[in-house]
Design a protein around this ligand. Structure first.
Ligand code: XUL
Ligand code: CO
Length: 405
């Protein structure tokens, strides 16, 4: 289970976010007895994070540059110096604990300079700032032994096409990825680069809309050997897909990478980043992951407590429920695979492609003429057979709840 469930703590939600929303101030105290905005506070967060992870047996963490140190308002050299200082401290404090980075990333969406995007900004100066942050972020991935480096294209998209050169913006995003890949490989980063698809929020439209769009983009620009998907459950539902769908698209394209483990609220139209508690969803997610041979990355809880759940105890409970929900999902996914009824149904459903004209179609030797001749020779109407969806849903219930249906 440990191998299949590499859980990670998201620095930003757990150690930084206080519950501020559009209508009100924070409700949770994340000062950890230090003054926010100082390096003392940055270190206090490291101490608190390590204590938290150790108490829960969590071995990985993920962060944006801006989560771990206060950014200097004008000088990126000073910010980078702070990043070195805090990661030295992090390495020192985690020595012998087995705790390490799963992935790192750069926050290229909060600072006002990124209001029109980062790699897709209309300003070349802003593009260079994004490049500088990505450069440092990749250096930190190497320093901390992270398996991945993530690009979530928070503001890589548009508010209106009236002011947007979409082709240039997308070409430039690809240039940023190419530069990151080349620099990473040059300095010895052997892990995966990840794209984290999301259709909207904060922008009206984001270029990494969903896995299919992001994979097409990577292939167009020849980046598909170095980049994979980091699939987030709540982003999937925002795109009008299930979490399982996004994982399946990644798997069938050999792009399965890592997961941002959370859940959304289907009645709300935004990214609620809730801790996972839906066993159905985690079962179907782990089913896809197991069938794809496991994750190269892990399960990062990109999730936050609800604003009224504002005590440290709530933080622990949220992680425990999230981990248990994925653990149960893993057990049930393995049971579904062992049960075999779904697999054998699917195999039988496509059996017409095992022999004859179906086999020729599959192998690419059939032609439009040979298929037409096959159709002309059929004396009965072609019958694809029942999809038996209700039966299969009953199989899932049966395995999950040992029900009789
Ligand atoms: C935002 C989101 C990010 C990424 C990392 O929706 O998911 O936190 O995971 O930038
Ligand atoms: Co995420």
């Amino acid at each position: 289970m440990e191998e299949n469930l590499r859980f990670a703590m998201a620095w930003w939600h757990n150690l930084c976010a206080t519950g501020v929303d559009m209508f009100g101030a924070g409700t949770a105290d994340k000062t950890f007895h230090a003054e926010p905005g100082t390096m003392e506070h940055a270190k206090a967060k490291v101490d608190a994070g390590i204590e938290f992870m150790q108490k829960l047996g969590i071995k990985y963490y993920c962060f944006h540059d801006a989560d771990i140190v206060p950014e200097d308002p004008v000088d990126i050299n000073e910010t980078n110096r702070r990043l070195e200082e805090i990661t030295d401290y992090l390495l020192e404090q985690t020595k012998g604990t087995g705790i390490k980075a799963l992935w790192t990333t750069a926050n290229m969406f909060s600072n006002p300079r990124f209001m029109n995007g980062a790699g897709s900004s209309n300003s070349a100066d802003v593009f260079c700032f994004a490049a500088a942050q990505a450069k440092k972020g990749i250096e930190l991935a190497v320093k901390l032994g992270a398996q991945g480096y993530v690009f979530w294209g928070g503001r890589e998209g548009y508010e209106t096409l009236l002011n947007t050169d979409m082709k240039l913006e997308q070409d430039n995003v690809a240039q940023l990825f190419r530069m990151a890949r080349d620099y990473g490989r040059k300095i010895g980063f052997t892990g995966d680069f990840y794209i984290e698809p999301k259709p909207k929020e904060p922008m009206k439209h984001q270029y990494d809309f969903d896995a299919a769009t992001a994979i097409g983009f990577l292939r167009k620009y020849g980046l598909d050997k170095d980049f994979r998907m980091n699939i987030e459950a709540n982003h999937a539902t925002l795109a009008g897909h299930t979490f399982q769908h996004e994982l399946r698209v990644s798997a069938v394209n050999d792009m399965m990478g890592s997961v941002d483990a959370n859940q959304g609220d289907l009645l709300l139209g935004w990214d609620t980043d809730q801790f996972p508690s839906n066993v159905y969803d985690t079962t179907m997610a782990m089913y896809e992951i197991l069938k794809a041979g496991g994750l190269r990355g892990g399960l990062n809880f990109d999730a936050k407590n609800r604003r009224p759940s504002n005590t440290p105890e709530d933080m622990f409970v949220a992680f425990i429920v999230g981990m248990d929900t994925f653990a149960l999902g893993l057990i049930k996914a393995a049971a579904l695979i062992e049960d075999g009824r779904i697999d054998s149904f699917v195999k039988e459903r496509y059996a017409s492609y095992e022999t004859g004209i179906g086999k020729e179609i599959r192998e690419g030797t059939a032609t439009l003429e040979s298929c037409a001749a096959h159709a002309a020779a059929l004396k009965a109407p072609a019958d694809p057979g029942s999809g038996q969806q209700e039966y299969l849903e009953g199989v899932v219930n049966n395995v999950l709840f040992a029900s009789s249906c």
